[in-house]
Write a protein that binds this ligand. Structure first.
Ligand SMILES: Cc1cc2nc3c(=O)[nH]c(=O)nc-3n(C[C@H](O)[C@H](O)[C@H](O)COP(=O)(O)OP(=O)(O)OC[C@H]3O[C@@H](n4cnc5c(N)ncnc54)[C@H](O)[C@@H]3O)c2cc1C
Length: 403
C-alpha cells in the first residue's frame, strides 16, 4: 500500500511523509544538556520545595535566578544579546526536563520570560534587542502577556483595550484578564487596539507597559492549579506608554502575535510531555510497590493496560513535540504541527494525571501525594494558549477546511 506512489491521496504524498524526521537521536551535546538540567532539577527542586511553592503560592524566583547564572534562561537568545543561541530542539529538551522536575517552574519561566524574549527577538528593533534581551537572560526583567480580555478570549482579535497615539506616547485605557505572572512582572506585554477604523486584525499594536506607570492596577485571580504562578486582571486608566516601547510596527501586531502564539504551542507541548513523564514514573513506581490481593497492583492486567497506554501516548506526544521543534528550526511552516503537538500533549497530560490518580486509588486523591497537583495543573493546557476546540479548528484549517 505505502509503496503505491501513484495514489493521489495526500497520505502518500512524498512531501507530506517527508516532513517526518527519520533520525530520532539527539546529539551528544543535547544529551549532555538534558543530563545537566535533570541533575540541576534533582538538586535544586526536591519534592518538598515543589510542594511548598504549590501550597504557599511561591513564585520560584530564586531557582530562576540560579538558572540565569548558568545561562539557561532563554537559551534561544543569540550570543550577541547575551544568550547562547540554541534552537527549538534544545528548548524542547530544557522545558521537558524542567517540567519533569517541577511543572510550575517550567510554566512560570515560559510565561514570565521565554514568551517576551521570543517576541522581542523576532519583532523588536535593534535598540530593544540590545537593551532588553541581556536583562531577560540575566533574570533581571520579568513580563506578563496581556492578550485576553473579559470580552475577547478565543476570538482574541476582537480585543478592545485602546491605545491612542499622541505625539511621542500612547494613552492606554482598558482591561486585560488572565495575565500570568503579572504580579511579579516588570512589564505587561499588552496587545492594544490602535486603529478602530480598519478590519479588526489590522489595527492591533503590541506595547511594553511599565507595570509601575500611573494608571496600571493589577488584581490577582484565584485559580485551581499552577499555584506558584500568579494570574491577574490588569486595568489601564489613561496610562502613558512611550512610543519607544512599541514592539513591531504600528497596527501590524496581529500577525506577530499569531506567530508567537503558534510557537507558544510548541513550548506548552514540551512542558506537558515533561510533566506527563513525571506522572508516568510516579504511577509506575506506585504500581510496583502497592500490594493488593497478595500482589503488586502492577501485576493486574487492568493496571498494566493503563500504564502501557500512558507510555504509548507519552511517546506519541514527545514525537509530535520534537517534530514541531524540528520544523521551527528548519523554518518549515509549523502552524498546524505546533497545534497538533499542543492539542495531543495537553489532552495526553490530562488523561495521564487522571489515570495516575486512578492507579493510586484513594491516596492519589489526597493532598499528601503529588498526583492531585498534576490533575489540577494539567487542565490549564486544554485551555491556555488556545483551547482544544480552537486547536482542532486550526488543524482543520491547515487541512484546507476553510477558515
Ligand atoms: C491559568 C491561565 C493562564 C492564562 N494565561 C494567559 C496569559 O498569560 N495571557 C493571556 O493573554 N491569556 C492567558 N490566559 C487566557 C487563555 O488564553 C484563554 O482563557 C483562552 O484563550 C480561552 O479564552 P476564554 O477563557 O475567554 O474562553 P472562550 O473563548 O470564552 O471559550 C469558552 C468555550 O467556548 C469554546 N469556543 C470558543 N470559540 C469557539 C469556536 N469558534 N468553536 C468551538 N468552540 C469555541 C472554547 O473552546 C471554550 O470551550 C490564561 C488562562 C488561564 C486559565
Amino acid at each position: 500500500m505505502m509503496g503505491n506512489r501513484k495514489d493521489p491521496s495526500p497520505l502518500y504524498d512524498l512531501k507530506y511523509v517527508g516532513e517526518i524526521t527519520v533520525d530520532f537521536r539527539f546529539t551528544s551535546e543535547q544529551e549532555m544538556f538534558r543530563k545537566s538540567v535533570r541533575d540541576f532539577m534533582k538538586k535544586e527542586c526536591p519534592l518538598d520545595f515543589v510542594r511548598d511553592c504549590d501550597t504557599k503560592e511561591i513564585f520560584p524566583r530564586k531557582i530562576i535566578e540560579k538558572m540565569s547564572e548558568l545561562g539557561w534562561l532563554c537559551i534561544q537568545v543569540p550570543e550577541k544579546y547575551g544568550g547562547i543561541g540554541c534552537g527549538a530542539i534544545e528548548m524542547g529538551v530544557f522545558l521537558e526536563e524542567v517540567a519533569r522536575g517541577m511543572n510550575g517552574l517550567a510554566q512560570a519561566i515560559y510565561s514570565s520570560v521565554i514568551f517576551a524574549a521570543d517576541y522581542i527577538l523576532r519583532y523588536g528593533n535593534e535598540e530593544q534587542k540590545k537593551n532588553i534581551l541581556p536583562k531577560i537572560v540575566q533574570g533581571k526583567l520579568f513580563f506578563s502577556f496581556g492578550l485576553t480580555e473579559p470580552g475577547s478570549g478565543s476570538d482574541a482579535a476582537s480585543l478592545s483595550t485602546s491605545a491612542v497615539l499622541n505625539g511621542n506616547h500612547f494613552v492606554l485605557n482598558g482591561q486585560k484578564t488572565f495575565c500570568s505572572c503579572a504580579k511579579v512582572a516588570d512589564y505587561i506585554f499588552a496587545a492594544t487596539r490602535t486603529d478602530k477604523n480598519v478590519p479588526r486584525h489590522k489595527g492591533i499594536t503590541t506595547l511594553l507597559v511599565n507595570k509601575n506607570a500611573p494608571g496600571v492596577v493589577v488584581r490577582p485571580i484565584k485559580k485551581l492549579g499552577h499555584k506558584s504562578m500568579d494570574l491577574c486582571d490588569v486595568f489601564f486608566t489613561d496610562t502613558f506608554v512611550p512610543t519607544t516601547n512599541m514592539v513591531g510596527n504600528l497596527n501590524e501586531g496581529w500577525i506577530n502575535i499569531l506567530d508567537n502564539v503558534s510557537r507558544e504551542r510548541f513550548y506548552l507541548s514540551a512542558i506537558c510531555v515533561g510533566a506527563a513523564q513525571a506522572v508516568l514514573e510516579r504511577s509506575l513506581q506506585y504500581a510496583k510497590e502497592r500490594f493488593q490481593f497478595g500482589k503488586p497492583i502492577g501485576h493486574f492486567q487492568l493496571i498494566k493496560e493503563k500504564l502501557a497506554n500512558l507510555q504509548m501516548e507519552l511517546d506519541a506526544a514527545r514525537l509530535l513535540m520534537y517534530r514541531a521543534a524540528w520544523m521551527i528550526d528548519e523554518n518549515i511552516p509549523y502552524q498546524k504541527e505546533t497545534s497538533i503537538a499542543k492539542l495531543f500533549s495537553s489532552e495526553m497530560y490530562m488523561r495521564a494525571a487522571s489515570q495516575g490518580m486512578q492507579i493510586m486509588g484513594g491516596y492519589g486523591y489526597t493532598m499528601e501525594f503529588d498526583m492531585q497537583r498534576h490533575f489540577r495543573d494539567a487542565k490549564l493546557y486544554e485551555i491556555g494558549g488556545g483551547t482544544s476546540e480552537i486547536q482542532r479548528l486550526i488543524i482543520a484549517k491547515g487541512m484546507g477546511l476553510g477558515s
